[in-house]
Structure formats: C-alpha cells, structure tokens
Design a protein around this ligand. Structure first.
Ligand code: HEM
Length: 467
C-alpha cells in the first residue's frame, strides 16, 4: 500500500536526529551567538553523538562520534566540502588561500606547499626556533624586573609570528612583528564580525568592519611586498641551497618576484600561511602556560625535565626526543583548549550518518573542544593530566577521538612544525622562568575563528634562581 504524504512526513521526522528545543524563527542561532561552546557541549551531553541544530534556514548536525568524524573528514571526504557561508564571508580576509579554498585551487596550493613541510625541512627550522625562544627568555627576564604582569597572549603571538617569518618565509620580521601581529589581529576580529553578523554587506559598502578589513588587507599586502624586498636584498646563500622554502615556492609558482605580476591569489596564499602559521601555535602555548600556572605540580615536573635536558641553554631540535613530558603537556593542552575548536563542512550530496539522513546543502559540525571532553573516551574530562598521552594510555583510546589538527586530506599541513615549535619554546621557558597567574584572573574563552583567551592572559614571570 502506498504511504500517504502524512505518513512519509512522520517517517522522516522519526528518522531525524535528536535536537534541543528550538526557538522560532531562528532555531538555535541565538544560543550559537551567545555561547557557542556551551550550546555544543550541552547538545552533545543531552542528545548524544549526533544532534540536529537549526540556524535559521540552515540545518546542521553536530557529530561527536569518532566514526562519524572519520566518515566526513576522511572516508567520504569528497562528499563534504568547504563551500560554507562563514568561509565565503572570510574571502575578503583570506581569499582563496589553502584554508578556505576547495577543489583544484586547494589541491594546487597543497601540492606546492607540501615539500616545505617535510620532516627534513622542519629540521632546518630548528635554529630559528631556538634563537627566537632564547630572545624571549632574555626579554622576559628584563620585563620581570618591573614586577608587573605581562600579557603572555601578545608575547606568544609575536614569538610565533617571528618564528613563522623566519622558518617559512626566510625573513626576519624584527620589530615589524609587533605591528604585523596587530594588523593580523584586527583583520581576524573584523573577519569574525563578518561571519557572526546576521547579514554581511558586500565589501564595496563601506561599513566600519569592511573598511577595517580593506585597510588591514592593504597593510598586509604591503608587508608581504617588504618581505619580498628583504629576500631579494639578502645575499646569503641560506635559502638558495637544498629544497626551496615555502616563500620561494609561492613566489615561483606565482611568478611574483616582480611587483607587477603579484596577483590577488598570491597575496591570499601568503596571508593565509602567515596567519595559519602563527595564530594557532601561539594559542596552544598560551593555554599551556595558563594550565601550568594552575597546576604547579605539573609545572615542577616540566621544569625538572627541561632543566635535566637543557641545563641553562635553549632547546635545540635535537633535544625533542628527550622532552617527552613537554610534548605530553602540549598534547593535553591541545585536548582541553584546541585552537581550531570547530570544523565545519557542507554536504555536497544527500548522505546518511548514524542512521539519520543528511540533506545535501546542510552543515556538519565537528568540534575537537566537544569531542576532547567526551566522557566515554576521556575519564574526568575537565582534569588537566598530561599522563593521558603516555604511549600505553593513548593506545587505549579509539583513533579520531583526538583531532586537534583534523584528519584526512585536509589535515593541518603545519602540524609537525607547530608541535616542534611549541615543545621547543615551552621547554626553553620552563628551564629559565617561572610563570604565575594573576590572583583573581579568570580565563575567559573567545571562540572566534580560532579559540583564544578573551582580553589576553596576564601572568607574572620570574627568572629561576639557578640562572
Ligand atoms: C597548534 C597549532 C595548530 C593547530 C591546532 C592547527 C589546526 C589546524 C586544523 C584543525 C586544520 C584543519 C581545518 C579544517 O579542516 O577545517 C588546519 C589546517 C591548516 N593549517 Fe593548521 N594548525 C596549527 C598550526 C599550523 C601551522 C604552524 C601552519 C603553518 C603554515 C598551519 C597551516 C595550516 C594550513 C595551510 C591549513 C589548511 C590545510 C588544508 O586545508 O589543506 N597550521 N590547521
């Protein structure tokens, strides 16, 4: 017997994934804007590993099961792309760089950049990381004399940008790192407003956000021009030997050595790499310092390892195998505060996940922040415990319950670089300075494009006595 349209409707409703109560007409959009992390955590804990959410006319599914996440990001990745409204709204900021692009434009960029991130190349970044970490320790020792707290978020952004400049682009940003970091921050925040606002007006309409984006984008393009000039003026042979570095690859690919040939796409790619190459690593270091400030016993263990391996010097890349605890601290910090706290994808076709239909054009949300706190995989999930990442412990968990760098073909291209940098900088700091939280300061999260501390993170630093 043929089913009536009412029966069909009932059947499809019954097959809908569970959903928190929604408000007409915007569904869960109000909660998403007010407290996105709270909404997602509550949705998972009340409704399970697949939850349907409604953002005005858009249907989304939050996935919190390792198989579902692997399905979207890896196994069936061609059925899910990044043609997403929030990313389209970021085009004036990042254009079609590697993070936002899809298809052939993305593939070409990934192919061009890949060799610059091979393990062998990352080894060659060692001296840049060591000397930047060394300079940071000297600076903090000087700042400690004033007995005022310092904003470790800003400090880490400068350090990570300096390292990205030297390691990936072969240029020394020096003092320009401070201004560059400010402009990158302005453009990220303005980009975030474009993503969050109900309506994003076209760039030709001079709203204050649009003007800020245009101004910052021009400043960044000029900065990249200066970086090229610096490279051209550099007569040392360093970046002409061996495998060409990332900047050389980008310049050659776009034939961009001459100013007249530089295209919007070239700047899109360079700005994306500069932003992606420092912002997240800086956040990973800031959250690690915050957690260490709250857990002096772990700080003590970290210091013991760092002192035993480094003595009074800064970490070199060869020290990495002897810094396993430092790496566990970083891993655990990336669990609790993953800088890329959410990933989204667009369903290119109809599909089914966990027995529920996924309609073409709907949104899939995968949040490392939520998944890394899933009590089925992480006992006492809020507890900071680096020992979770001891080899024996880590192998007890299913793969893909931990994915701070994503997985599949669009896994972070800079993951090894980021981990190398974070471990080296953290070990160097632990060996030389003590950090303490400011009494009464409460960490507030700013879950924008990336996760960062709201209003910075003030901490007291003190040189260690035995220095
Ligand atoms: C702790 C630091 C970092 C974290 C947590 C992180 C995390 C991620 C994640 C989760 C993605 C995937 C996003 C998605 O699929 O929607 C990604 C992509 C990307 N990351 Fe990272 N990242 C970090 C550091 C870096 C560094 C140092 C670079 C160096 C340039 C970098 C460059 C990129 C690029 C270019 C992509 C796009 C890759 C693609 O789509 O093919 N990241 N990152």
């Amino acid at each position: 017997m043929a089913t009536t349209s009412l029966e069909t409707k009932r059947a499809s409703t019954a097959r809908r994934a569970p959903s928190p109560p929604e408000r007409w007409p915007f569904g869960h959009l109000g909660e998403l804007k007010k407290d996105p992390i709270g909404l997602l955590l509550k949705a998972r804990s009340a409704h399970g590993d697949i939850v349907r959410l409604k953002f005005w006319a858009m249907t989304a599914h939050l996935l919190s099961h390792p198989d579902f996440i692997q399905h979207v990001l890896q196994r069936k990745q061609t059925a899910y792309d990044k043609d997403l409204m929030p990313l389209r709204r970021l085009y004036p900021v990042l254009g079609q760089g590697m993070v936002t692009a899809d298809g052939e434009i993305w593939q070409r960029q990934r192919d061009v950049a890949r060799p610059a991130f091979h393990q062998r190349e990352i080894q060659s970044f060692g001296p840049a990381i060591t000397s930047t970490a060394e300079a940071l320790v000297d600076r903090w020792k000087r700042l400690a004399a004033s007995a005022e707290p310092i904003d470790v978020h800003q400090e880490m952004m400068h350090v990570a940008l300096n390292i990205a400049g030297r390691a990936l682009f072969g240029v020394d940003l020096k003092q320009e790192a401070i201004e560059a970091s400010r402009v990158l921050n302005v453009i990220m925040e303005a980009g975030q407003r474009r993503v969050r606002n109900m309506v994003a007006l076209p760039m030709i309409i001079p709203t204050s956000t649009n003007r800020q984006i245009s101004r910052s984008r021009r400043a960044l393009e000029k900065m990249i021009d200066r970086m090229i000039d610096q490279r051209l003026a550099d007569t040392s042979d360093d970046h002409k030997r061996g495998v060409p570095d990332l900047f050389t690859r980008l310049l050659t690919e776009h034939d961009a050595l001459e100013a007249s040939r530089r295209s919007t796409q070239f700047y899109d790619e360079a700005i994306t790499l500069l932003l992606a190459g420092h912002e997240t690593t800086a956040s990973a270091l800031v959250f690690s310092l915050h957690l260490l400030g709250r857990h002096p016993r772990v700080m003590g263990m970290l210091r013991e390892e760092a002192r035993a391996v480094l003595g009074g010097r800064a970490a070199a890349i060869e020290d990495l195998p002897r810094l396993p605890f430092t790496r566990m601290v970083i891993d655990e910090s990336l669990r609790l505060y993953p800088p890329a706290w959410i990933m989204d994808r667009n369903a290119v076709d109809d599909d089914e996940i966990g027995g529920y239909p996924i309609a073409k054009g709907s949104l899939l949300l995968m949040s490392p922040y939520v998944m890394h706190r899933h009590p089925a995989y992480w006992p006492d999930p809020e507890r900071f415990d680096p020992r979770r990442f001891e080899k024996d412990e880590a192998t007890k968990r299913p793969r893909h319950v931990y994915f701070p760098f994503s997985l599949g073909p669009r896994v972070c291209i800079g993951a090894s670089f980021a981990l190398t940098e974070a471990v080296m900088v953290l070990a160097t700091l632990a060996a030389h300075v003590d950090v303490r939280l400011v009494d009464g300061h409460v960490l507030q999260l700013d879950p924008s494009i990336t996760l960062r501390p709201k209003n910075g993170l003030p901490m007291f630093v003190r040189p260690l006595q035995y220095d």
